[in-house]
Ligand binder design. Structure first.
Ligand code: HEM
Ligand SMILES: *[C@@H]1O[C@H](CO)[C@@H](O)[C@H](O)[C@H]1NC(C)=O
Length: 423
């Protein structure tokens, strides 16, 4: 299943031969239990930009992917890395980030700004976490999918596909849970896709909140190893909102953005007209032509990421939860965030943008590899490197010093130590 991790495998294995396995797993999943319908406590009605849009500028917002633009769509070539994140795959397929799927922090900030108007702070944060967890801090590179060869062999350099329960988590918007898919974190789940697709004809943040609630309750009902860690447990809900924030089209009439089924299918590499005949075309995520990204003045930033997840959790209490099943399905037991952080944070803090940003920054440090090396210079270790890289953001948001995560609280959860095995 490591389709995009090793170039050799990719070249020997045409997509068609790989399909039956994926389909088979999906068929097995279809036999599982469905959670009952659930209404939200309220609907937020917020625009697809989250906060109200601050205008529309066609020239600035058009993402030119036409022929001759330098950002034409190209399928990944042999050796190009792709992974479970559709936003990164699409950016690489259009050369906003390097087509080979390996990139530096600077390339992340530039490329995701150009393609999506992700704010530099958010791009920096996501890139530094990728590099620290599963990249190469010495050459400052990370991978959007599977492993690569680091400058020094002490770094695992597994790529973000190799970060189960650190970055990547269960209850993703479309991809299946690692434990239910033989360890693979990138298996397209037709069931989840069809559920999402049928929620609306043009999608809003309220729609993906409903999906986030559905996939969370589905995983608890069906995955004995369901686990939601402090960081990955916020990344999966946040990624639901990324669909609306970053994939919506914008116009003068609709500056707050709108997301049609056609555009959603393009970004998720899905073809077909409806349930029953959808096909997922792995690695073919595409930015549509004539598509306008969110306004630069509304660049999506770290504080808003936490605030949006919090609103979804108020609509559907339980989207945010830290803890997991205890080895049998439907046995969820929670870990109190206050206990985990020695009282520094609690879930209500997500309502406050800066506190949410601080929690995300600090939670991301909890699962870092314990590696020290002189090549990392004065900072000495991966933790030191990361703290140095994220220090300016931490001061900017006025964050308290890092609380000690009491990781022993995770011992009762078998899913917490289950390692995924890549794409
Ligand atoms: C440096 C930037 C980024 C990094 C490091 C990153 C990383 C990740 C990771 C680790 C996951 C797995 C989370 C999970 O288990 O659900 C993920 C999923 C996802 N990301 Fe990204 N991402 C980035 C940018 C983006 C952008 C710009 C978009 C939207 C255009 C996006 C959309 C998504 C979506 C929709 C998923 C869920 C995929 C699914 O379940 O099918 N991401 N990303
Ligand atoms: C985006 O919206 C504009 C204005 O309505 C429209 O002309 C264009 O075709 C849309 N793009 C896509 C990819 O749907």
């Amino acid at each position: 299943m490591r389709l995009f991790t090793a170039s050799v495998v990719l070249s020997l294995l045409p997509f068609t031969t790989a399909w039956p396995n994926v389909m088979e797993m999906d068929r097995q999943l279809k036999k599982r239990e469905e959670p009952p319908p659930r209404d939200p406590l309220f609907k937020s009605g917020r625009p697809n930009t989250g906060l109200p849009a601050l205008g529309f500028n066609a020239e600035e917002q058009l993402v030119n992917v036409a022929s001759g633009s330098g950002h034409e769509f190209q399928s990944p070539r042999t050796g190009d890395i792709r992974g479970q994140c559709p936003g990164l795959n699409a950016a690489a397929n259009h050369n906003f980030i390097p087509r080979n799927g390996l990139l530096t922090t600077a390339q992340t900030i530039q490329g995701l700004g150009d393609a999506y108007n992700m704010s530099p702070d958010l791009a920096l944060f996501l890139a530094v976490v990728s590099t620290a967890l599963a990249g190469d801090p010495v050459s400052n590179r990370w991978s959007i999918g599977g492993n690569f060869t680091p400058t020094v062999p002490i770094f695992p350099a597994n790529g973000i596909a190799g970060t189960h329960n650190q970055y990547e988590g269960d209850a993703s918007i479309v991809r299946g849970d690692a434990y239910l898919n033989g360890g693979s974190v990138g298996v397209f789940q037709m069931r989840s896709w069809e559920h999402l697709y049928q929620l609306a004809e043009t999608y809003t943040l309220d729609d993906v909140a409903a999906q986030s609630d559905y996939v969370t309750r589905w995983s608890i009902l069906n995955n004995p190893y369901y686990f939601s860690a402090p960081f990955s447990g916020l990344v999966a809900p946040a990624a639901h909102n990324f669909v609306i924030h970053f994939m919506s089209n914008h116009s003068a009439e609709n500056p707050g953005g709108f997301l049609s089924r056609e555009v959603l299918k393009s970004f998720f590499a899905v073809t077909g007209d409806g349930p029953g005949n959808f096909v997922h075309n792995r690695g073919q995520e595409r930015i549509p032509e004539n598509w306008y990204k969110r306004p630069l003045a509304n660049a999506y930033n770290l504080p808003e990421v936490g605030v949006d997840v919090n609103i979804n959790n108020l609509m559907y209490p339980g989207i945010v939860r830290i803890g997991g099943n205890t080895g049998i399905t439907d046995s969820f037991a929670g870990v109190d965030l206050t206990d985990l952080t020695g009282g520094v944070f609690n879930t209500a803090d997500l309502a406050d943008g800066n506190k949410a940003a601080c929690f995300l920054l600090q939670a991301s440090l909890a699962g870092l590899p314990d590696i020290s090396n002189p090549l990392l210079g004065a900072v000495g270790s991966v933790l030191g490197w990361t703290t140095q890289q994220l220090g300016p953001l931490s001061s900017k948001f006025g964050c308290p010093p890092l609380a000690n995560f009491d990781n022993q609280l995770f011992n009762p959860f078998p899913g917490a130590s289950f390692k995924g095995s890549g794409n």
